[in-house]
Design a protein. Sequence first.
Length: 488
Amino acid sequence: MSSFERYLTIWVFLCIVVGVALGHVLPSVFQAIGAAEVAKVNLPVAVLIWLMIIPMLLKIDFASLSQVGRHWRGIGVTLFINWAVKPFSMALLGWLFVGYLFRPYLPADQIDSYIAGLIILAAAPCTAMVFVWSNLTKGEPHFTLSQVALNDTIMVVAFAPIVGLLLGLSAITVPWDTLILSVLLYIVLPVIVAQMLRRVTDADRLGAKLQPVSLLALLATLVLLFGFQGERIIAQPAVIALLAVPILIQVYFNSGLAYLLNRMSGEEHCVAGPSALIGASNFFELAVAAAISLFGFNSGAALATVVGVLIEVPVMLSVVWIVNRSKGWYERGAAVQTTPPPSKGSNIMDVTIYHNPDCGTSRNTLEMIRNAGIQPTVIEYVKAPPSRDQLVRMIADAGLTVREAIREKGTPYAELGLDDPKLTDDQLLDAMLENPILINRPFVITPIGTRLSRPSELVLDILPATHKGAFTKEDGEQVLDAEGRRIV
């Protein structure tokens, strides 16, 4: 993690302050930027969102989407939270806090409108920013894309009935232009662009280069969002603070429930993270547009959805922090040992894999180990690199030279001049330990031997013949037949 990322919370706070201040001092500038919109979708913000989500979309290989079905537990949990829990929990929280506890401190004629805005906000699951949150938690990109697409499909038919039911309205005007444009702008077009870039460039290297740009775009988005509402925040700070309370509780409740249900069901952390974030975040463009169309631009409903916009980024970043910090606790859950107990008599062994979850070869290798009825020790070596002695021993046991164990693609190999043949093994090892991404992946260690499993099926050489059935790699190549036998 770079020093910039390490202090992201500070940058977020500063951007909020700067945004509010600039919005108050330069209202005409932000009004002009805010007016640059089509169907309630702000175009400058859309550009920034593109910069935020492209690094995540570059990781998506359509050949791997067929593997998403194995994450059925995460899909089920997310759908349950988004459509069976979230709108109804927000209705309850809105009634409790806005309709009862905070009623004496809010304008009496806007109480019902505020509650309506909160419900509209909760009934629209997030489309674009989820890719950002998933990327920050190292979420499984194919699951994230599939889940967002599924939510958007359901939203077409479920948004209006749910909002109508909870608001007691017989007819809800869905802002179809906003919904359709957002799906095209934030899913279809970015996915197409990312796939085109994958064909003409090194996606791993480009994604790594764009990561700092993505974070800068996130901070710039914060400045714009708070700048758009700078005058309103200063004029109505108490109302905005009170409306933020049920939204905050709703975010933490729904994300926490989704995270816990995924852990109880045994879903992988790389799916539980984005599942929790999708379950809690909101499609604010649609919510704002629907509130304005139903209740008017200056209504309490419109203000409530705007408050959701304002707190979306900082509160979701706090959920990202919780998900990342709790990964160890999550993976210690009994059900998260995703491989069922092997049948009696299976030849089970201790296996360690030095894993990079962003790498398809590494993911395939990990799943082949699990297919053998083994739950390995998984070390994400970019975060927790081996010691020098461990690295030297791994390389030697795998029968490789130090140079053969270095990864060139998607790493600072060229920038560091590591192609210089005059460099000694010690100098190469220094570079690998300083920049763990240079360690090729995945190294697998078993009592039978050590392998750099590239291609991934090399791991079969050091595993027992206890495979539970067929295995197909993410690219569709079948490695094991239905009886668990290796296909030559």
